[in-house]
Design a protein around this ligand. Structure first.
Ligand SMILES: [Zn+2]
Length: 73
C-alpha cells in the first residue's frame, strides 16, 4: 500500500502516512462499503419492481371486474 499524496510505502493498516502525514483511506473499507450500497440500491429497485407488479396486477383485476359488470348489465 502506498501513500496517495507522496507515494511512500505505508505500513499495513496505517491510517496516516509516515512521510507526509496525509490521511490514508483504506481501500479495503471502500470496497467493503460499495457492495452494501449496491445491495441497498438493488433492494430498493427490487422493492419498487415488486410494488409495480402488485399495482399492475391490482389494476388488471379492477379492469376485469369492470368488464364483467359491463357484460352483466
Ligand atoms: Zn505521504
Amino acid at each position: 500500500m502506498k501513500c496517495p499524496e507522496c507515494g511512500a510505502n505505508l505500513r499495513r493498516g496505517a491510517k496516516f502516512c509516515d512521510q507526509c502525514g496525509a490521511k490514508v483511506i483504506e481501500p479495503e473499507k471502500v470496497l467493503d462499503f460499495s457492495p452494501l450500497v449496491m445491495k441497498a440500491l438493488g433492494g430498493i429497485g427490487a422493492g419498487l419492481k415488486i410494488l409495480g407488479g402488485i399495482f399492475q396486477e391490482y389494476a388488471r383485476t379492477i379492469k376485469e371486474e369492470e368488464e364483467k359488470k359491463e357484460k352483466d348489465a
